[in-house]
Design a binder for this molecule. Structure first.
Ligand code: HEC
Length: 214
């Protein structure tokens, strides 16, 4: 588009409007140094530098970063108090961070996500219920002869290596579970080796890790 004239904008001094926009952008940048820093950081991690690409459609040179919000009041990363007039959105529907909604996650046990999940202890029983139980059943007794019982199973009571190997790679009608992470595999294998009277003993995530790709 030609920056100095715009036929679709008759009656508007386009050059003056562009100069005005440039001034406003510069003043936004001066007033929001912390947001600028955070936006620069975000550009290293997010596609388009923002959580959703349309956030770049706003006229500001970078997205404003928010420190906190309550009701219609927003405090940005540079400490400015702003009133949210986005009348079709959160601010108008129920306000930012309504007290009961904000309190709810605090009352829930923290759901481990991504990095935290790797560090958090994994419940082997839960992994078993989600991944193995359909075939091997809650009692571990399976549905012989198609799905063998794990109760007293030579694999679940024998050397850990064979148990880890079969779970990683699968065998015949049993699918491979290499898609689970080391901690999840260690937890579920340990669960099988120490439940229903089995005496195989627990395995560690390191043991699983060292057998991957072998
Ligand atoms: C889709 C059904 C299915 C699922 C799900 C399944 N298995 Fe299996 N599993 C089998 C079958 C079939 C065998 C017998 C394989 C063979 O020897 O031919 C088996 C055998 C085993 C054995 C050896 C038992 C023995 O003593 O011979 C172990 C241990 C085992 N599975 C562990 C697991 C674990 C751990 C999971 C979940 C992470 C799991 N299985 C999920 C079908 C399944």
């Amino acid at each position: 588009m030609n920056a100095t004239s715009s036929p679709s904008r008759s009656g508007l001094d386009w050059a003056r409007a562009q100069a005005f926009l440039a001034r406003e952008r510069a003043s936004f940048a001066r007033a929001n140094p912390r947001s600028a820093e955070l936006a620069a950081q975000a550009r290293q991690h997010l596609l388009f530098g923002v959580p959703l690409h349309w956030m770049n459609d706003w006229g500001t040179p970078f997205a404003l970063h928010v420190d906190s919000a309550q009701g219609a009041l927003v405090i940005d990363a540079d400490g400015h108090a702003l009133v949210d007039f986005c009348l079709g959105d959160t601010g108008a529907m129920f306000g930012h961070a309504p007290a009961p909604v904000a309190a709810a996650p605090a009352a829930e046990p923290a759901a481990p996500a991504t990095e935290a999940a790797a560090a958090a202890p994994v419940d082997g029983k839960k992994v078993y219920e989600a991944q193995c139980q359909a075939c091997h059943q809650a009692t571990g007794q399976g549905m012989p002869p198609t799905f063998p019982s794990l109760v007293g199973s030579p694999i679940a009571n024998g050397p850990a290596e064979a148990h880890i190997e079969q779970t990683l790679k699968g065998k015949n009608a049993m699918p491979p579970f290499a898609g689970l992470n080391d901690a999840e595999l260690a937890a579920v294998i340990s669960y099988e080796r120490t439940s229903w009277g089995n005496k195989g003993g627990a395995v560690t995530a390191d043991q699983v890790k060292s057998q991957r790709g072998k």
